[in-house]
Design a protein around this ligand. Structure first.
Ligand code: NCD
Ligand code: ZN
Length: 364
């Protein structure tokens, strides 16, 4: 007699990165206990009939901003992880641009307490890697982080971007630890000068945000980060890839054997410059939603493995923070953790890629 489990999801089609097959899934203590034929399942306290349905692994969203502590009007760890659960996301990696910034072991310990008390799904926490936190690398790793986040460009939270010199030093310190460094790869000095010029010219409409951050800021940042990674051996991840042009330095670095991965987000695959008029300030996000010509190359890069991961950069703000008339005063980012899977599966259903591709991008 086999032991009783908590739940059997019975008679569905289980989908993995390589195959789909009819099977049932037994779950015990929150873990998969067995996958097999329905008649081989152990006795269960609860049975969920999945006849006619696909059973996918929970998605891992490696890029969310749950705002806790510091910005309860935007989100907290309970609302963020609840949204994740409703969206089929069972693991999230939370970004460090909270208040205080997660750049010290103390701030990290506090955030662990908050997350542990409120989370509905599994999580990992990032720490920020900047000029002020290089000294804390060891203690942050001991404190239990999933990886580091390095802001090459300014965004919400105004975390100063390190100089190239500090970045190299940071990479040298992190490389031997094996921890991955996730990069907001937009070059700050280029964006600051362009934004100043646009503001001086009186531009305040939504599309001015795109004009301030042309794809060259991402190309330059990805190429520079790849060079530093190659030099130091630090493992890196390029967050929120928005343009076709930055795929070239990414693919070239991969071909040279650099330990580099990349992610894109549904808004870069599905929205374009044509949507700025419609959404106004709500569409403001870093990096910006770009020209429609970028969409197909991003899909192709997912299919050929140049881009590894679908994440969301879930970055909620309050309605009044997103609807100000002057684009430069609108907070950057919007939610996504709850809508990623339905949006992507809709595209899969339209024949953009296979459901196995989706499982590979979202969960493997
Ligand atoms: C993010 C946020 O609001 O925290 N905003 C955004 O536009 N993506 C920060 C970030 O990921 O850059
Ligand atoms: Zn970012």
């Amino acid at each position: 007699m086999s032991e009783t489990v908590d739940l059997v999801i019975s008679c569905g089609t289980v989908v993995s990165p390589d195959a789909s097959y009819p099977a049932s899934v037994a779950i015990k203590n929150g873990l998969i206990h067995a996958i097999g034929a329905a008649e081989a399942m152990p006795p269960s306290r609860e049975i969920l009939d999945a006849t006619g349905l696909h059973v996918l692994p929970g998605a891992i969203d490696v890029h969310v901003h749950f705002r806790d502590p510091g910005y309860p009007q935007k989100e907290d760890f309970a609302s963020g992880t609840a949204a994740a659960a409703f969206g089929g996301v069972t693991t999230v990696f939370d970004m460090p641009n909270t208040l205080p910034t997660v750049g010290t072991p103390e701030a990290l310990a506090d955030k662990h307490l908050i997350a542990a008390a409120k989370a509905y799904v599994d999580y990992g926490l990032y720490a920020v890697l900047g000029e002020d936190s290089i000294q804390h690398v060891g203690a942050l790793i001991d404190g239990g982080i999933i990886g580091f986040k390095l802001y090459m460009g300014n965004t919400f939270g105004r975390i100063p971007s390190p100089s190239t010199g500090a970045m190299l030093e940071a990479f040298e310190v992190v490389a031997p630890t094996g921890k991955r460094i996730s990069l907001h790869a937009e070059t700050n000095s280029v964006m600051e000068r362009r934004e100043q010029r646009l503001r001086a010219a009186g531009r305040t409409e939504a599309i001015a945000h795109l004009d301030a951050r042309p794809a060259v800021v991402a190309i330059e940042a990805v190429a520079r980060a790849a060079i530093l990674s190659e030099w130091t051996g630090a493992r890196i991840h390029v967050l929120h890839i928005s343009s076709a042009a930055e795929l070239r330095p990414l693919a070239e670095a991969k071909a040279r054997g650099v330990d580099i991965t990349g992610e894109t987000c549904p808004h870069y695959l599905l929205l374009s410059e044509k949507d700025y008029q419609k959404f106004g300030g709500v569409i403001r996000v870093n990096p910006p939603v770009r020209e429609a010509a970028n969409q197909l190359p991003l899909w192709t890069a997912l299919l050929d493995g140049t881009i590894d991961i679908i994440a969301t950069d879930h970055a909620p703000h309050a309605p009044d923070e997103k609807t100000r008339a002057d684009i430069w005063t609108v907070d950057c980012g919007f939610p996504g953790v709850e809508t990623q899977m339905p949006l992507m599966l809709t595209e899969i259903n339209r024949g953009r890629a296979t459901i196995h591709d989706y499982v590979r991008w979202s969960a493997e």
